[in-house]
Design a protein around this ligand. Sequence first.
Ligand code: ZN
Length: 75
Amino acid sequence: MTGSVASPLALTATDRCDRCGAAASARAVMASGGELLFCGHHAREYSTKLEQLAAQIHLSEKENVAVATSVNSGF
Ligand SMILES: [Zn+2]
């Protein structure tokens, strides 16, 4: 564990949700190569749509758990 090399997909404090401007906790990489950033709230709101668009969604570990739980329990 070096702990000092950030993943190119890692979200930072300067990344903001494209919808509301809150701190981003999810990065959606579209099949076309474009990227969208979402806060936890909007990541959940758009998760189904993003899956339909074949987007890859990269989440912080905390949010990943939250989204998985949300999807499994009811969409
Ligand atoms: Zn948002």
